[in-house]
Write a protein that binds this ligand. Structure first.
Ligand SMILES: Cc1ncc(COP(=O)(O)O)c(C=O)c1O
Length: 380
């Protein structure tokens, strides 16, 4: 035993978290799925499983066995990237191990010294992580306020900012379910620099064939789009769609890409199949839309003060932390897996239930969720 207890600071920090009632625990899956990002039910789909099974039988290796630059590059990664560039309508595509890694790779690599990385103030933790590593200056604009984004840029230019501006948004916000004003931000990006769109929660769900909400911007010389493969596409990983020169730049300069083992070739196979499913099975998106409409109608009838989000992510804002977590516990006790979300994931005072609608829940499950919510909602 070392004389000094080196684990003491960690215990003390965990004690502080516990004192605030914010200990996180990994719990087994239980109840009806109102918490995952498996929006169109692909994670457990037979077609995806069969594609992976066939691939295994044909000898596709489980592991890539190296970084893409050191023997980890396979025909399945390249095949998927070609399919993804075609599917999304981009000049090129680059697969990475996850959306978190992809955001960090983009933001740590592409914005240069003298540029401005300008992000929505509700940006995901992975965008913030990328912003910590970037060479560019960093600023934020008020959530979904393109006018404010313009003001921040004007202020930066007035202060001598000369470089390119990298405007970073999520097309559909993960904790709010609302959409970025892409129609206003794209012209701003055309004047000032680049637009980076994280489609994590829109890919596979929104846009023609599930191509995402920025489908009309794909292929432009100043747009980088991040599609995750671990949410609606049912596997894991991410793919960037972007101009060829920016792909080449990340391959040459992007440390999170260069110094990481390539994703499993099986995931490249799964993702290729998932894109085919998006084209072949539009009814999955139609059924999800029916669930969205049903939940909105049930809420309007039972808890009319709660606004619908217009997407498959429905935040039900409670406010304070304790009643939010009590409500989540009650729903879970009723077999409905809804999670309470609190700081630091969302701003203080906006604790919420994040209801995620997926094809893993039936219309009857959605109605039951609304019934229990009506019964259990604080002061309703
Ligand atoms: C908006 C957003 N971007 C990126 C990520 C990270 O993606 P991944 O889970 O593939 O690492 C997430 C995941 O929660 C997300 O919500």
């Amino acid at each position: 035993m070392p004389s000094k207890d080196r684990l003491a600071p960690f215990r003390a920090d965990l004690d502080a978290i516990a004192a605030g009632g914010r200990t996180r625990r990994l719990i087994p899956r239980a109840g009806v799925d109102f918490a995952s990002n498996d929006y169109i039910g692909l994670a457990g789909s037979l077609r995806l499983a069969n594609a992976v099974r066939r691939a295994l039988e044909e000898g596709v290796p489980v592991g890539a066995a190296g970084s893409r630059l050191l023997r980890g590059n396979t025909e399945w990664h390249e095949g998927f990237e070609e399919a993804a560039a075609r599917f999304f309508g981009a000049e090129s595509a680059l697969m990475l191990g996850g959306g978190y890694q992809a955001n960090v790779a983009v933001l740590a690599t592409l914005p240069q010294r003298g540029d401005l990385l300008l992000m929505d103030d509700l940006s995901h933790a992975s965008t913030r992580e990328g912003a910590r590593l970037t060479r560019a200056e960093v600023a934020e604009f008020r959530h979904n306020d393109a006018g404010h984004a313009g003001d921040v840029i004007r202020g930066w230019r007035a202060g001598g900012g000369r470089g390119a501006v990298w405007i970073c948004v999520e097309s559909l916000y993960s904790m709010d379910g609302d959409r970025a004003p892409l129609d206003d931000l794209a012209p701003l990006a055309d004047r000032e620099g680049f637009l980076v769109v994280d489609e994590a929660h829109a890919t596979g769900v929104w846009g023609p064939d599930g191509r995402g909400l920025s489908y009309a911007l794909e292929g432009r010389g100043n747009v980088v789009t991040l599609h995750t493969l671990g949410k609606a596409l049912g596997g894991s990983g991410a793919v960037l769609t972007l101009p060829q020169v920016l792909r080449d730049f990340i391959v040459n300069r992007g440390r999170p890409f260069i110094f990481a083992t390539a994703p499993s070739p099986l995931m490249a196979v799964a993702a290729t199949e998932a894109l085919a499913i998006l084209k072949d099975e539009p009814e999955r998106r139609d059924r999800l839309q029916d669930l969205i409409d049903l939940f909105a109608a049930e809420l309007a009838r039972r808890l009319p003060h709660l606004p619908p989000s217009g997407s498959q992510i429905v935040p039900l804002i409670v406010g304070a932390e304790a009643p939010t977590m009590r409500l989540a516990a009650r729903l879970q006790a009723e077999g409905l897996d809804v999670r309470g979300i609190r700081p630091p994931t969302v701003p203080a005072g906006t604790c919420r239930l994040r209801v995620s609608l997926t094809l893993n829940a039936s219309p009857a499950d959605v109605t039951r969720l609304a019934e229990v919510l009506e019964d259990a909602w604080p002061n309703s």
